[in-house]
Design a protein around this ligand. Sequence first.
Ligand SMILES: Nc1ncnc2c1ncn2[C@@H]1O[C@H](COP(=O)(O)OP(=O)(O)OP(=O)(O)O)[C@@H](O)[C@H]1O
Ligand SMILES: [Mg+2]
Length: 340
Amino acid sequence: MGFLNFNSKNIGIDLGTASILVVVEDKGICINEPSIIAVEKKTNKIVAVGNDAKETIGKTPQKIEALRPLQHAGIADLKATEMIVKNIIKRIDENENIGNPKIVINLHIGMTELEKIAVLKVIKDMGIKEVYVIDEPIAAALGANIDIFSSEGKMIVDLGAGTTETAIISLGKIVACDSLRIAGDDLDECIIEYIKKNFNLEIGKNAAEKIKIEIGYAKPIVGKNIKIKGRDLQTGLPKEITINALQVNEAIRNALDSIIEMLRNTIDRTPPELIDNIYNSGIVLTGGGACLKDFDELIGQRLGIKVYIANRPTECTALGIGKIIQDEKKMKDLKAKKGM
Ligand SMILES: Nc1ncnc2c1ncn2[C@@H]1O[C@H](COP(=O)(O)OP(=O)(O)OP(=O)(O)O)[C@@H](O)[C@H]1O
Ligand SMILES: [Mg+2]
């Protein structure tokens, strides 16, 4: 980054468990890639980042390791997080000449103070002097075009890969919120476990995600199935099985119930004067999990409230951060506190 460059551009980062998105002032979303890094074990040299690194998962030769630096929306591997963020900012700088930028980054509401400090340390260690933080549900709500500054309470649910977060927002502030470290990654794990138990077959994370995306339904449905290859746990040989949507629903049902229970508890804790607003305006879903088929309907039925899926759900957080970086006045309120 050119530190004598006076045309600094503000940058926003949505540091997600599954994807990292970067927004640049006046440009919009410039990067949207998997939060994965492949490194050579012996030298710690980066072999691939993002899209290229995802391809290596489960196929890496022994001397190369594919890392997902974030797990359950917290930093699982500090060094790898630093490498991925540095690599991505460097790529942006090569294309956009961002100077010495101010950076706005989302923090998950369920993060511990230590996890928040770790995220900020990664950014500050890159020599970035001004760091601003925004709670993910606020960013997601802004990106979903919800009028968060109105006095009417609005309810948002961000269904990510590592965490599910919900917030009731009024006058730009979170009035009630909760988070659960059960989200998209856990649905994949449930599918892996189900197939292991019922088919004696070991499948990888990418295969489980594919099953979820193609025939994962939040409600039991019949008539859909998919063929999937894995390793037979008895013989150790490759084997193909067919799994149907009813079975996938059975695999993920408990995890979905836990998410809905958390939403119910949050509504229970909402001040009564805002409850009416939520019943009128409904619940808005963002994040990749919002695309799980019929999940909006299931939530709506169980809670008795209308549920809407935001446009471009996986990009809402980044789009919301994008609105913030265009507005220096709003950024001031979000300045990261010392020691945070
Ligand atoms: N069509 C789909 N059906 C079901 N799940 C989906 C679909 N598309 C994406 N997902 C899931 O959404 C999750 C990724 O969502 P998102 O990009 O919002 O996560 P993230 O922001 O990286 O994670 P987090 O906010 O928890 O750190 C993954 O688990 C992915 O499998
Ligand atoms: Mg997210």
